[in-house]
Design a protein around this ligand. Sequence first.
Ligand code: EPZ
Length: 451
Amino acid sequence: MEENGAASQTTSASASLAANMSAGSLAGSAARQKESKIIVSGGQPLKGSITVSGAKNAVLPIIAAALLSDSPCRITDVPRLADVEVICQVLTRLGAKTLRREQFLEVDASGLAFAEASDEVVRKMRASILVMGPLLARLGRAKISLPGGCAIGTRPIDLHLKGFEAMGASIRKERGFVLAETKALRGARIYLDFPSVGATENLMMAAAAARGTTVLENAAEEPEIVDLANFINAMGGRIRGAGTKVIKIEGTRRLVGCEHQVIPDRIEAGSYLVAAAITGGELRLENVITDHLKPVIAKLAEVGCEIHEAENHMWIRNKKAPQAVDIKTLPYPGFPTDMQAQFMALLTRAQGASVITETVFENRFMHAEELRRMGADIRINGRSAVVEGPARLQGAAVKASDLRAGAALVITGLAAEGVTEIGNSHFIDRGYDDLVGKLRRAGAEISRRDD
Ligand code: EPZ
């Protein structure tokens, strides 16, 4: 099996990004990194079938949680994403080993030796903060670069740190790092001021190996939390209530390696459903858990789409002009913030005015400016956006500001007249496994160009 060191054999784009990032010269990578663009020629209705990959936001915490055991874990349905490469690099720097094969990823943390994940690669991906809980649990120490903010918001980690303190860790911030230390983590009752996904995950991992019982209240309820809890329970953990607001974790002395299949990515699936809707297409999705997509399916039905749900696949068709609907993003089971940009793209083509309210992040309308360049009529007022439609969309040169904005620009390009060039497409490679290939096989005129 190939050792996953600095780079790996994943798709060219994510490998080149991973290679750049692991070259240790991340500071200059923005300049030197090849500018990869996605080119879309609009007007083709999607048709056929797309198979959804494993969930990015489940596999990242699961890979971090493998640090809790000193015996190997084997994870299947791991998507080929730049972010997966990055978290594997972080684990490698901590002394763990990650082996990537076609069918699975193996993580062996028996050699875990370092408690510092403090270089540029951490700052590049906020999810790196998820190694903090496992490091505290295994080594009693964690020194992590404070994750930088990003396009969608400041994204603090105060809820993570407050929870670790409640479990007996001392926290210090110095020169851009956060240092946490503890003689031994102990169970605690922790109320989260906001149902933060990352804080719920980090604290659940730390609590799994703490002495005594931890109760997380006002916890996040996302399906990815449930998947992480199932993984930790397969290691011998005792977590109950994941997927509800109250999660009870009994600490266990020893967690052992296990096998786990990652749940399908509900946001990737939702993105393709919207792509089918905006192009007036007819698409079958394989490998979906439709229960995880309820708010997205409900809104697509409101827009006028026909949707058929089955056990592990679903089908969507949209032969009518989309109708305007209002969207308000909320923590799960509300409408997901990670689908907001993609839905804004669809609503630019809807008959009438739609109001989109973003309640989770403070600055997640960066894509609106780029959609305007393609002819969309969008007015932003604080956390609300009013989208007037139907706009006549025209291809243009646009830039992604984050991975979901990038997906929204691809979706808009699919419905625009003429050619759209999406720059900063490395953002898309962070969260979409072979987006270009999957859309092309479903009838889109789409390609990638590395300038
Ligand atoms: C996870 O980010 C996802 N990332 C995000 O997906 C997703 O948008 C987000 O959850 C919300 O669903 C991963 O799972 C890797 P949060 P996370 O902590 O954990 C505030 C994508 O597109 N907050 O639930 O960082 C925070 O500022 C990405 O795949 C605090 O104030 O999200 C934000 O406003 C983007 N203090 C809100 O909570 C804290 O300590 C939600 O953040 C933590 C969070």
